[in-house]
Design a protein around this ligand. Sequence first.
Ligand code: G3I
Length: 335
Amino acid sequence: SQKGLKDYYANYFPIGVAVNPRMVQPGPDADLIKAQFSSLTPENAMKMGPIHPEEKRYFWKDADAIVDFAQQNKLLVRGHTLCWHNQTPRWFFTDSTGKQVTREVLLARMKQHITDVVGRYKGKIYAWDVVNEAVPDTSNAIYRKSKFYEIIGEDYIAKAFEYAHAADPSAQLFYNDYNTESASKRDKIYQLVKRLKDKGVPINGVGLQGHWSIYEPTKQEMEESINRFASLGLKVQITEMDMSVYPKEHERRERRDTDRSEFTSAMNDKQAAQYKMLFEVFRKHKDQLTGVTFWNLSDKYSWLDSFPVPNRKDFPLLFDQNYQPKKAFAEVVKF
Ligand code: G3I
């Protein structure tokens, strides 16, 4: 049978994919995952809201399905994510009278959540995105003004890593973020993780999400990002790679009648060239990169189909809507 991505990259790093629990049921998704990938990341199933909807209730079914599939098929799993301002259920920050919780209460809840979730999958999840997107895109502030920051202070980040390490000392613990190729944000993330390292916080790596487009990043920006974080003695991973065929439009949230969900041959060529360049960089930096994970499996579905422009289909991955390898796939495996 045809070699998969994981075979071409067996001597470089694991190639992963973000999945939802339906994709690991028998069918074409599961077949493509098994043929091509050696690592899984739950797209949503292990986020705080989906897995811990009420203080006294966990929902393990979806996360268990993904971990069980990985165990059966000898796949690695990246846990995502233990502390994130998005999809944290409201109960985390509210006491029984409906008032905002104190620092002590929130720290205790974080500790319980992290201990329970990491503990359940101890030995089955080799890497965790412990804290996700704690650095804001704009402003000079290093810390996003999330509820975690407002109620606990900046040390919520160090605490999250310490709780995770205590729950599974063998797991590799990552700080994960996006737009890491923009120099200003990269410098703030660098300062954050350097502080953690200097304080002896058990952090092992930095996840560069890699939500890119066919127009960025440049080769130089990519190399600078990998080198910058590796220079701290941290592992580097690409954790959520996809490549929109549209120019970045952060502010646009509405669909215009000029929007066409069309994958033109020009887009196809540019996407193939961009994926080729990036994987040349990844292979060159194989001693600093310990994984490359795609965010979603094929163009059949991507979170980009509804973001930043609702109902504008995107074509960001290596496999098309019929699970066939695209032109970019050939460029990624031909070396
Ligand atoms: O499961 C509920 C469903 O019960 C409900 O009926 C439906 C309508 O409200 O919502 C469903 O939850 C949605 C969830 O995806 C599962 O489909 C949430 O609304 C929706 O916000 C959520 O979007 C996810 C987003 O993170 C926010 O968590 C995307 O699928 C996921 O691709 C995206 O992934 C993030 C990474 O975790 C972090 N980095 C950025 C990346 C892209 O935003």
